[in-house]
Design a protein around this ligand. Sequence first.
Ligand SMILES: N[C@@H](CCC(=O)N[C@@H](CS)C(=O)NCC(=O)O)C(=O)O
Length: 239
Amino acid sequence: MIELFFWPTPNGMKPLIFLHEVGLEYELTAVDINKGDQFTQEFLEIAPNGRIPAIIDHAPAVSEIAVSVFESGAILIYLAEKTGQLLPQSEKGRTEVLEWVMWQMAGLGPMLGQNHHFNVYAPQKVAYAIKRYNDEASRLYAVLDLRLAEREYICSDYTISDIVCYPWIARHERHQINLDDFPSVKRWFDTMSGRPAVRDAYNRAEKMNVGAPVTDASKSILFGQTAETVRGAVSKKRS
Ligand SMILES: N[C@@H](CCC(=O)N[C@@H](CS)C(=O)NCC(=O)O)C(=O)O
C-alpha cells in the first residue's frame, strides 16, 4: 500500500494521478499546509523540505522495510520504476521522459509558482516581478507548445512527463495564460482532462473539501518561512 501525504495542490496532484492511472492501492494522509502540518515531526521525518507531496511505500518491491520518498518528481520516478509503467525502459525513451520531468520540476513548476505568487498573493504589486514571471510563463508555455505540435503526448507515449506537467497547466488562468495562444498545449490539455484517471484523481481531491486554497491566516504560515522556521521545527524534534 502507498501512503500519500497529500494536499490538493498541483504538486500534490501528480502522484495522485499516477496512482489512479496504474490502480495501485493507496491511502491519503492529509497534510494541511495552510495550518502548518508540513512542520510536524512525523512529516519532516520523511519530507525534510517541509513540502507535500511525500509517500511511504509500505510494500516495497525489494527492501524489507518501508521506503519513503519526497519531491514529486522523485515520487513519480519511484512509482514508475516500481510498477514498470509510464516510464519507458529503452535508454532513449527513458532519458527523454526524465528530461521533461526535470524541465517541469526545475522550470515550469517553480516559475509558475512565482508567477502566481507575484500576481495574486504578494501584498505589493511589484511590476518588475510580475513582468518577469509573466514573460517566463509565456516562454515556457511556448516551449511546451512547440514540443506538442508534433506529438500527442510530451514524449512518444503517455508517460510521467505528462502527469508531472498537467496539474500546473490546469491552472493556466492563474498564470495569465490564454490557452488559445498555445493551440497544441490546449489540444494536449483537453486530451489529458478527458482521461478517466485524471478525472478520478481530481474528484478524489475535491472530496477533501478544503475550501479556499490560501486564506489570510495561512499566508503568514506559507509566505513567512526562513531558516528559523526550519531550525525551529528540527529543535522541537530533538527536545
Ligand atoms: N519541488 C517540490 C515542491 C513541493 C511544494 O512546493 N509543495 C507545496 C504545495 S504545491 C507545499 O507543500 N507548500 C507548503 C509550504 O510552502 O509551506 C515537489 O515538487 O515536490
